[in-house]
Design a protein around this ligand. Structure first.
Ligand SMILES: [Fe+2]
Ligand SMILES: [Fe+2]
Length: 277
């Protein structure tokens, strides 16, 4: 049987939540999705995740949540990371870091989907262990009857992400990249059956610099003066991929990119206003 996964790239602030609330139900129906995986590291005012927004993501229809280098930016998410079974922290963080390495979701058709988050080391904070050895170790922690395994490789350097695709080809169903917020056009199924893309793209405001106000980022780049990188608002879109996986073999059978625009921009000012930017 074919299981369809929808993987959604870094959701940025209120515009990201807004477009998610508008489009997710339709996307699930349109693509006959059985499991929704969402990177939420930028969902709370551009950095981190709160317990309130965690609940909201589940209400929208998200099943599994990954984060990234902003995992602990909002500290009140830590009890959720310690208790909930549908959210992961980067597996190559120190063993004492709060959160789990593997999250598993049982689809309504029966097959289970496991997700793992791993961060890169190039141009990132230096505390993370080797992504590739970590992947080998964490795969041993996934129950053997879970055949659909997904890796979120959260990294700045494309080389580290491409390398993870080849490292895990034939051993997982899908490796997707996040963190860089620009969707890449290299989606493919590698020779031994692992679907791969270097970056899912951002779910947030595209009239921006990676989700932040362009005037603020440009001012900082051009003067070196500190400037608050507030979340932008214009042109909210949801970006990600839809991947079909054979539940018996765990091999991918299809990968396609999606990027859908939100509508009714004027409503966004009042949307979710109690949750901050
Ligand atoms: Fe991000
Ligand atoms: Fe990140």
């Amino acid at each position: 049987m074919r299981i369809n996964l929808l993987c959604i790239g870094d959701v940025v602030g209120r515009p990201g939540r807004y477009v998610l609330s508008q489009t997710l139900t339709n996307l699930i129906a349109q693509h006959e999705i059985h499991c929704v995986i969402c990177n939420a590291e930028n969902i709370a005012a551009g950095s981190g995740l709160t317990p309130q927004l965690y609940d909201k993501l589940l209400r929208y229809g998200v099943n599994l949540i990954t984060l990234g280098d902003h995992v602990y930016r909002k500290m009140d998410i830590i009890p959720v990371l310690e208790k909930a079974d549908n959210i992961v922290r980067p597996a190559n963080y120190p063993p004492t870091s709060p959160g789990r390495n593997v999250a598993i979701y049982q689809t309504r058709l029966g097959p289970r989907v496991a997700v793992v988050s791993i961060v890169g080391r190039l141009y990132m904070r230096p505390q993370a262990d080797c992504p590739y050895r970590t992947a080998d170790e964490v795969l041993r922690q996934v129950p053997s009857d879970v055949r659909i395994v997904v890796i979120d490789m959260h990294a700045e350097a494309t080389s580290e992400k491409v390398a993870m695709g080849w490292h895990l080809d034939g051993r997982v169903s899908l490796v997707f990249g996040t963190h860089t917020h620009v969707q890449t056009a290299d989606e493919t199924i590698l020779p031994d059956g692992t679907a791969y893309i270097t970056d899912l793209g951002m779910t947030g405001p595209y009239r921006s610099i990676l989700g932040r106000r362009k005037d603020r980022v440009l001012k900082h780049f051009m003067t070196n003066l500190p400037a608050p990188f507030d979340v932008a608002t214009g042109d909210p879109r949801l970006c990600g991929i839809v991947v079909g996986v054979d539940d018996q073999t765990g091999r991918a059978v299809e990968i396609k990119r999606i990027c859908v625009a939100g509508t009714d921009l004027e409503d966004m000012e009042s949307f979710d206003s109690n949750e901050g930017q």
